[in-house]
Design a binder for this molecule. Structure first.
Ligand code: SF4
Length: 454
């Protein structure tokens, strides 16, 4: 007997949707123009969304539309008008949080399946029962719950499906329910336009300090003048309760959370009743999807078959991504200051994404790649796909002279590395695709990474 677990990955646009499925997602969630959180990063149009639904369904995968804003009065009518358009596309479910909008959708479109967004902060079984009575079929539980609480909710309310965030960035407030971003940049998290103000780098200045006492914490370690003395915050009514302000050479992070990573807890979560394992990050890159998919897919496959998995080996994939340090969040107890981002963990990851493979020339054994970051002849690279991980050395970079003369030219061959190509010592992102040697035929959706020299 096996249990069916869903790996649910983010799709910020059609390309990311395809990579998410290729790297192991059983389902994706995608934003609807105007009405999802992360509205600014959602690159779907109605046309590409329709294409995305078709693409998923043709492969037996699911797609959920994220429509989880908390609407002000003026947005109710346009939302309901847009909902009719969404229904025509036939997604598998909607992710919603606003009780008023849920009520209206249930009334006007009773056949629509609704999953309760994490934004609604379901923290107990009574809420789960309430939402079930409202016709909700799945709840994305609050990220601030412990494993014990997740299990209790499932036991008390077994007929409702449980989805849980297992990987990605988290808020320092109850998921998205804060106004920091609204205050700093007039972008309201509850309307889908959060600017992540909690993760910005802040500097601390001493009032009336001399020039030498000022220090710059904007990522220039060589110029860093260590903070003199210790600094604390104290709330007026809580005298004596000191909140330390820590700073390193990269900045001061008062409200900044680490990323969540529950790779080691897949079995426990499945035992507690979680059926859908959700990854955060619609604004992240296809490389992120590849890394995370390659870690969580095998873990879920093993647990589905009641087998064990080596979380330490799989964790190498997620530690290769730039990250803010990982935490299990509240799953195994209040993390306290262990959940706060402090070190510049971005420097600790081991591989940088440098290109996306677009084509393979069988004859010349070269791949055309969309270059994302600088590459140099001699670099130690990794060819990575859902089924490959091959180390190789970059020996040849070739640019097509037709594209060099006119990057938009349609005369250049997209399938054959040019015989008269210009050999290069290096390549840069954002210009033209380049041909590079690869050790074997890249599988579909392959990417190229560069090993970091630390
Ligand atoms: S500013 Fe930070 S805590 Fe507030 S909603 Fe945005 S990500 Fe969450």
């Amino acid at each position: 007997m096996s249990q069916k677990l869903e790996l649910l990955m983010p799709a910020g646009n059609l390309e990311k949707l395809k990579y998410a499925l290729a790297y192991g997602a059983d389902a994706v969630y995608a934003g609807v123009p105007m009405f999802s959180l992360r509205a600014r990063e959602n690159q779907f149009t109605w046309e590409t969304l329709a294409e995305g639904v078709e693409y998923c369904h043709a492969r037996g995968k699911k797609i959920y539309f994220t429509a989880n804003i908390y609407a002000h009065n003026m947005k109710i009518k346009p939302f309901m008008a847009a909902f009719e358009k969404m229904q025509a596309l036939k997604p598998d479910a909607y992710i919603m949080s606003d009780p008023g909008l849920i009520y209206l959708v249930r009334k006007n479109f009773p056949e629509a399946e609704i999953h309760l967004s994490v934004q609604a902060n379901n923290t107990n079984w009574a809420q789960a029962e309430f939402w079930k009575s409202m016709g909700i079929t799945r709840i994305i539980l609050s990220r601030e719950l412990s494993l014990k609480e997740v299990k209790e909710i499932h036991e008390m309310c077994p007929d409702i499906e449980i989805e849980f965030f297992v990987h990605g960035a988290i808020c320092m407030a109850y998921s998205g329910r804060c106004l920091l971003s609204n205050y700093f940049s007039h972008r309201d998290p509850n309307q889908g336009t959060c600017s992540h103000s909690c993760r910005w780098e802040y500097k601390v200045f001493k009032k009336d300090a001399s020039e030498e006492e000022l220090y710059d914490s904007t990522g220039r370690p060589e110029d860093y003048i260590p903070l003199q003395g210790e600094f604390y915050l104290e709330e007026r009514e809580r005298q004596g309760e000191m909140l330390p302000i820590d700073e390193d050479e990269y900045g001061t992070y008062i409200m900044n959370s680490r990323d969540i990573c529950l790779l080691s807890y897949v079995q426990e979560l499945a035992d507690a009743g979680v059926v859908s394992f959700k990854v955060e990050g619609r604004s992240k890159t296809v490389n992120y999807l590849a890394w995370v998919g390659r870690a969580y897919r095998p873990a879920l496959d093993a647990v589905e078959k009641w087998e064990t998995y080596n979380d330490e080996v799989l964790a190498e994939e997620v530690f290769a991504i730039s990250n803010r340090g990982y935490t299990p969040g509240f799953l195994v107890g209040n993390p306290g200051e262990k959940a706060i981002y402090f070190e510049k963990n971005l420097d600790l990851h081991e591989e940088d994404p440098v290109g996306i493979v677009k084509w393979y020339d069988e004859v010349r054994k070269m791949a055309r790649i969309e270059v994302k970051n600088r590459i140099d002849v001699g670099d130690a690279l990794v060819l990575l796909s859902p089924s490959q991980r091959v180390n190789f050395s970059l020996e040849q970079i070739i640019a097509d002279p037709i594209l060099l003369a006119n990057p938009k030219s349609e005369e250049a061959s997209l399938t054959h590395a040019p015989e008269n190509g210009e050999s290069r010592e290096s390549g840069h992102g954002g210009h033209i695709d380049l041909w590079v040697n690869v050790p074997e035929k890249p599988a579909d959706y392959a990417i190229v990474r560069k090993k970091r020299t630390l």
